[in-house]
Design a protein around this ligand. Structure first.
Ligand SMILES: Cc1cc2nc3c(=O)[nH]c(=O)nc-3n(C[C@H](O)[C@H](O)[C@H](O)COP(=O)(O)OP(=O)(O)OC[C@H]3O[C@@H](n4cnc5c(N)ncnc54)[C@H](O)[C@@H]3O)c2cc1C
Length: 433
């Protein structure tokens, strides 16, 4: 009986330290610079934030998603889940702890598939949080279906020549390099049609044509690049992984990234629940506290139940990744929590907004922004519908069809089977074929 929900005391101490550190030292930074997380730090920001990173390193909590050979701590996904629940409550905390998406995923790709020069030039600075990176896969004509991607690379002598256009390339405008997925064999099945390249930002032929803003972003902060690649020439050593291996490479990134999103969402949801509880205990109407109204109790209880279910599912998924060391093997549950974290976030944000009344809908509180965030969460790294299809397909692999016209679990027939087995005779009339 190995199921055990206790956390080792030494790691619990680190979690407690992290919680206090985020609350006291990083959340003030969120309030002063809410929009600068992906930008180069100003000298004023660096003077405040770099010493905090040093504190994190001294506690051995830096880049917890990576193994020690890559500069991380090798705690594994389960411990990372507990950490990310705390880091998810703050915009800046992931950057201060070296676990910021999408850089975490990009660092994992370089760590696993990068050449020596790629690691030297980009991995260390990325892990240090000194540079920002961009993952450029989605195309204007379709995101959820890689089968329609056309950005391609063809050989000319020793070089690859890349042409095409990508969209929703987050943080392209601040990125030092781009990881781009391109077609290298148009005739191949989708899973082996693409290769991945790492392109330094100043590679000739890369142009950011436009930056789309997400609702709520000011003009200075618009972050989603429409990027064109025109006759971009690179050598073999710009490739990450082998020819045709982009899906394998992407899996390393997206599998981990989806789980990390879910972990961080738990922290957001817990904060909203805390806010709901404070409000319910503080505000009265028609002579009683909100907390005493049955409908408010239902909102609180449903939020708690939603959150606890999600949390257990995320922890179980993280445990499986640690156990099997294989994102692909755990893809059913990774897809499921990707779907569920957006749903739970939306449900709890909706209830929190409603419970707070008008002020809940204002920019003085985070709930309205979170509702949009939940919608975005349901799109990034693949829309909900696509992940639901993955869950269903994986689920169905464990079943087989019956050859009878009746289900195998038809009660009269299984009762007759049971009678035959236990009594040696059938009493119940079987439903004939
Ligand atoms: C804020 C943000 C940041 C992003 N960052 C990046 C990034 O850094 N790099 C990058 O490459 N991409 C990024 N993306 C793109 C993201 O991965 C795509 O938006 C996503 O894959 C969906 O593609 P699409 O937007 O083209 O929607 P579409 O593919 O057009 O899908 C639209 C809708 O159609 C329905 N649908 C689609 N496919 C199916 C299906 N198979 N079955 C049933 N219904 C379906 C769903 O309702 C879906 O929401 C980002 C997106 C957002 C919003």
């Amino acid at each position: 009986m190995a199921i055990d929900f206790r956390v080792e005391p030494e790691f619990q101490e680190l979690l407690d330290w992290t919680r206090e550190f985020v609350k006291n030292k990083i959340k003030p930074i969120d309030l002063v610079w809410p929009h600068d997380v992906y930008k180069d730090m100003t000298p004023e920001q660096a003077a405040i934030i770099n010493p905090l990173k040093d504190e994190v390193r001294a506690k051995k909590l830096w880049a917890c998603h990576l193994g020690p050979e890559l500069g991380g701590q090798g705690y594994g996904q389960l411990k990372l889940a507990l950490m990310n629940e705390i880091l998810g409550t703050s915009r800046w905390a992931p950057r201060v702890f070296g676990t910021q998406a999408p850089d975490t995923g990009n660092a994992e790709i370089i760590a696993h598939f990068g050449t020596d020069w790629q690691k030297e030039a980009y991995l260390e600075p990325l892990l240090e949080g000194g540079i920002v990176s961009c993952y450029s896969m989605t195309e204007p004509q379709g995101g959820a279906d890689p089968g329609v991607f056309t950005t391609n690379a063809h050989r000319e002598g020793d070089e690859w020549v890349i042409n095409g256009r990508k969209i929703w390339s987050s943080n392209a405008r601040w990125a030092t390099f781009f990881i781009v997925m391109v077609v290298t064999d148009p005739e191949a099945p989708v899973t082996s049609r693409f290769s991945m390249f790492l392109l330094p930002r100043d590679t000739p032929g890369i142009t950011i044509e436009h930056n789309f803003g997400i609702a709520g972003e000011g003009p200075e902060d618009v972050s989603e690049g429409l990027v064109s690649y025109k006759n971009v020439r690179v050598n073999d050593d710009a490739m990450l992984g082998g020819v045709g291996e982009a899906f394998k490479v992407a899996q390393t990134r997206l599998g981990g990234g989806r789980v990390h999103h879910a972990m961080r969402t738990i922290g957001n949801c817990q904060e909203f629940l805390d806010m709901m509880a404070e409000r319910a205990l503080s505000r009265s109407t028609k002579g009683t506290l909100l907390a005493e109204k049955e409908s408010v109790q239902t909102m609180l209880a449903d939020s708690y139940i939603d959150l606890q279910q999600l949390r257990l599912f995320v922890l179980y998924t993280a445990w499986q990744i640690d156990e099997y060391q294989d994102y692909y093997r755990v893809r059913k549950d990774i897809a499921a929590i990707k779907v569920q974290c957006a749903r739970v976030y939306e449900r709890i944000a909706t209830r929190a907004l409603h419970l707070h009344g008008a002020i809940g809908s204002s920019t003085a509180l985070p709930f309205a922004g979170a509702l949009l965030g939940a919608q975005i969460m349901a799109l990034v790294d693949g829309p909900t519908e696509v992940h639901l299809a993955t869950v269903a397909k994986q689920l169905l692999r464990d079943y087989k069809p019956t050859t009878s016209v009746w289900p195998t679990y038809l009660i009269p027939n299984i009762t007759a089977d049971a009678e035959l087995a236990l009594l040696g005779r059938e009493i119940t009339e079987r439903v004939p074929e």
